[in-house]
Write a new protein. Sequence first.
Length: 591
Amino acid sequence: MSNITRLFDFPYYQLEKNNLSDCLVTKYNGEWIKTSTQEYINKANAISRALLRLDVEKNDKIAIISSNNRTEWNVMDIGALQVGAQTVPIYPTISEDDYEYILNHCEAKYCFVSDAEVLRKLNVVKSKLTFLKEVYSFNEIDGCKNWKELLVLGEDNSNQDIVETRKENVTPEELATIIYTSGTTGKPKGVMLSHHNIVSNVLDSSPRIPFEEGSSRALSFLPICHIFERVILYIYQYYSVSIYFAESIDKLSDNIKEVKPTVFSVVPRLLEKVYDKIIEKGSELTGIKRKLFFWSVDLGLKYEPYGANGWWYEMQLKLARKLIFSKWQEGLGGNLTVMVSGSAALQQRLSRIFAAAGMPVMEGYGLTETSPVITVNDTRNYGFKIGTVGKPIQNLEVKIASDGEIICKGPNVMMGYYKDEKLTNEVIYDGYFHTGDIGEIDSQGFLKITDRKKEMFKTSGGKYIAPQLIENTMKQSLFIEQIMVIGDGEKMPAAFIQPNFDYIKSWAAKEGFDIGDLNEEIICNERVIMKIQDEVNLYNEKFGNWEKIKRFELTPTVWSIDGGELTPTLKLKRKIVKEKYQKLYDKIYNN
């Protein structure tokens, strides 16, 4: 069996073991179109031959901006890497200014876009793009070259020998991709990852995911331009897992029912929404059905792995799975055996309830700079512990620095930030990569994240506040969609809260009172404010007096990526949120 040392080795490795008929599957015009492993390789080679005919040199940059995950993305990725070029995936919803900055900063020669909206944004700044030669689109768009022209240009295989030579000359230590992290501050940073960085991460973390080779089916919907989903796609290819691409987040529940996946990756925010919907549906039940539903939920929230709660609990859980949780499984396609979660902290209640329901969520931890996996839970061999992000993957050293920061060294640590040695030296020194996260490793080797080093703050009384911990706890309320804890240098912690408007409307209707239709009206309603105060009081109980949220203000706007309050992985852009609600901040602290 051939060795995998570069990213384009994965499809060939899969072909040697299994020529899957549904290696990559995308929906076009209402129909799932399958691409086999062999076709995937054939198309990637056609793209490589075409790129040579377009004079793509070694180390040229090829940008890909796609609003959805799709077969074309993977074909382009392999096709470009084989000729020694590098792919630069760009997040579609960032601003036109960021498009301009990234495409000029990486000196992209060609850019591939998915659809008319991405093309429109690109065209706004196209005249300022110094290095860009041509734009191709995946969808058919009038006035734009289509990527299929390259498949035609590459049909003639007379230069395949040059492709093979180029492939042979790509070494594992060479740059494979530059991933620009949106970051919560300033200009995007270009993280340089080599073939070896990513390949080692795939091979070292893949033993943690329980796959039946060749018979698993994945649904992919997290953005492939992020290293988390991209590495998971390489892991799927390594294990010969069939990959189905969801049409969009909006169509997710339909796609889950059609594809019936055995695995998919999630971000905590998505699981929170799934859980809230299930609870909402359960609340509409009556009589014995309602009692059984909430008995099962209460049982699930007490779940501990490996039968730690004893035989009587396990007996009850068996019954709950049969009567209630089996319906949850059906709602998620009926075949789901595992979910992998990353990008932000997962609430423990979600870890417990989904594991109790027979669909465990394996929480992991990592950064773009570490390709990304540092640690991950695994249900087997006692490798799963709720409230932790698992144990470090093999070949990686993880330790806690004297100030509590998580630092690591291993083959997955990035080459550095593109064109920014100063910034690189700020995070890689003394032989370790410094994550900026605070954590602890317990006696069994499990890592627990306690906060972001940069996000912790001190009140004027000198007390440290870890905002993420408080925010995650408060978001367990069905009435709170988003929350940001504030109070750096102030006398007490407070919060901006974006209410869950949909839930509040249905709650008010059930309670039989009018709160109005506009968000501006809802946040001024006395009963709404009192209800959210009750919720805050309830969750405040979990914290020390100095950490309790003493005051809050409700915001009328729904926080979003497009609105600028959230990063593409749904993390808070604290600086921007604070600037946006400066008046509310002043009101809270009477400035």
